[in-house]
Write a protein that binds this ligand. Structure first.
Ligand SMILES: C[S@@+](CC[C@H](N)C(=O)[O-])C[C@H]1O[C@@H](n2cnc3c(N)ncnc32)[C@H](O)[C@@H]1O
Length: 293
């Protein structure tokens, strides 16, 4: 008789995860156990995690600002440091803001803004169709829950959003393509909050990233070009065309690259400030279009 397989108790799973080097083994065991339908599925999940696959790809979601964000293999897993960008976006957003989450990945930033501001009209775009599939799922769920809570961005929407609602009455507005190119022209000059976490890792430094990023996330989600700032330049170049007067461009960057990112936004004609949050290790540059004040 062959020996029976080891029981998949929380303690046994935690031990296996810890042995594989998972720092938050106990928390991860809880997540893996949570909605596994069968013991076989649970065993497969644990084996994948022990082999180094990111937890978020195994369960299909990541936690961000208290929300469940849909993620699929290869799609960038939202990081806690990006909560700074959300906080700052909410701080500068006017009433009924038109928000564009550019390089949206799984749509975490747009969804978190919508969760906090049901009067927002949120647009999102990314070059990776796997990412925009996830963003569409997450933003659709957030739209449903915001509407159920009494908010209705489209009832209160700005004129640009109303024009798009007429053409495509089903939010969310998620577009696939290179930077601004897939966006509806009607959005030009109307964006109050342009929130961007584009890739900013210098190409040569990708090799030094943790395996979970380097080996599992799409290269295009990480690679910011030779100095890491190639996308920042392109985003800043286009920003004036899409922002409304007084609108803000917020870009996540690293502490080391912050002054270079700020210089790029300044060169694009925006007045800039750098914000930093040590607690989440987040850095962002905020640029404002229009007269100071
Ligand atoms: C660092 S990830 C951030 C994703 C998301 N904003 C977040 O914070 O979770 C960068 C994203 O930029 C997208 N991206 C890279 N180059 C792009 C381009 N030229 N146009 C649009 N999106 C691009 C990638 O596909 C990836 O989803």
């Amino acid at each position: 008789m062959s020996p029976s397989p080891p029981a998949l108790t929380p303690a046994a799973i935690t031990t296996r995860l810890r042995a594989a080097g998972c720092v938050f083994a106990e928390d991860e065991a809880t997540v893996l156990l949570a909605d596994a339908a069968t013991p076989a599925e649970l065993e497969s999940r644990v084996a994948r995690r022990v082999a180094g696959e990111p937890l978020e790809y195994i369960v299909g979601w990541a936690e961000f600002c208290g929300l469940r964000v849909s993620v699929a293999p290869g799609v960038f897993v939202p990081r806690q440091r990006t909560t700074l960008l959300v906080r700052e976006a909410l701080r500068v957003a006017p009433r009924r803001p038109v928000v564009l989450d550019l390089c949206c990945g799984a749509g975490a930033i747009g969804a978190a803004i919508l969760a906090a501001r049901s009067d927002a009209s949120v647009y999102a775009a990314d070059i990776d169709p796997a990412a925009t599939d996830c963003a569409r799922r997450t933003l659709a769920a957030q739209h449903r829950s915001s509407s159920a809570a009494g908010g209705d961005a489209h009832r209160w929407s700005s004129s640009a959003a109303e024009r798009d609602a007429y053409r495509d009455p089903t939010p969310p507005y998620v577009y696939t393509g290179d930077l601004y190119s897939p966006l509806p022209a009607s959005l030009k000059g109307t964006v109050d909050v342009l929130a961007v976490n584009a890739p900013y890792v210098p190409t040569d430094e990708i090799a030094f990233m943790p395996s979970e990023a380097r080996d599992h996330e799409a290269r295009a989600a990480l690679d910011g070009g030779a100095d890491g700032l190639a996308l920042h330049r392109r985003v800043a170049d286009g920003a004036r065309e899409w922002l409304t007067l007084g609108g803000h461009l917020l870009i996540e960057t690293s502490e080391r690259q912050a002054s270079a990112t700020a210089g790029i936004l300044e060169h694009a004609g925006l007045s800039v400030a750098i914000v930093r949050d040590d607690e989440v290790d987040g850095t962002a540059v905020i640029g404002r279009l229009g007269p100071a004040g």
